[in-house]
Design a protein around this ligand. Structure first.
Ligand code: ZN
Length: 171
């Protein structure tokens, strides 16, 4: 509960200001006692220092607000896709464990429904570099993926079904 309030952006500031206020009042009392002046005189004395401090703080706050606003603007320009859409867009490849075929694609949105484009298949059975399919099969002779042809439409449909399901869950 305490942690929740403290991490809340508004409440944490309210509490911070409250603590600073209490500290100031306490310090004023301390100064008035130690320097043998009235509470009011001590307060005025602290106020003079505080006003100078406030200018510095205000300058810092202004700098921070401008920086924040600038970043937001830049970010807004860049973020053509929402963060949830970006999350779904990052799911752009998978390897079929049975055949060793790596599929890559790009995710787009037709209004609110995800679909894929640029589906490309690669064979991962020939060293570190996945070899791109030529047509619908592996281009390396003798590879079992060169005999078996892939059904692009079926693969596309499977991937899109999975994406639609995920999209519905994260929406
Ligand atoms: Zn192959």
């Amino acid at each position: 509960m305490v942690k929740k309030i403290w991490t809340d952006p508004v409440w944490s500031k309210v509490i911070s200001v409250g603590i600073i206020g209490l500290l100031t009042l306490g310090y004023t009392k301390f100064v008035s006692v130690t320097e043998k002046v009235t509470y009011r005189e001590a307060f005025n004395k602290i106020l003079e220092i505080k006003i100078e401090v406030i200018y510095v703080v205000l300058a810092l706050v202004a700098y921070w607000v401008l920086k924040f606003a600038y970043r937001k603007l830049i970010k807004k320009e860049k973020a053509y896709y929402s963060s949830k859409q970006q999350k779904l867009r990052s799911l752009n490849k998978t390897t079929d464990p049975n055949t060793g075929i790596l599929f890559k694609w790009s995710v787009f949105f037709d209004y609110e429904t995800p679909f894929i484009s640029d589906l490309t298949a690669f064979c991962t059975k020939h060293g570190d570099t996945p070899i791109r399919f030529l047509g619908d099969s592996c281009s390396i002779q003798g590879c079992e993926n060169s005999i078996q042809r892939i059904d692009r439409l079926a693969v596309k449909n499977l991937i899109e079904s999975d994406l639609i399901d995920r999209w519905e869950k994260i929406k």
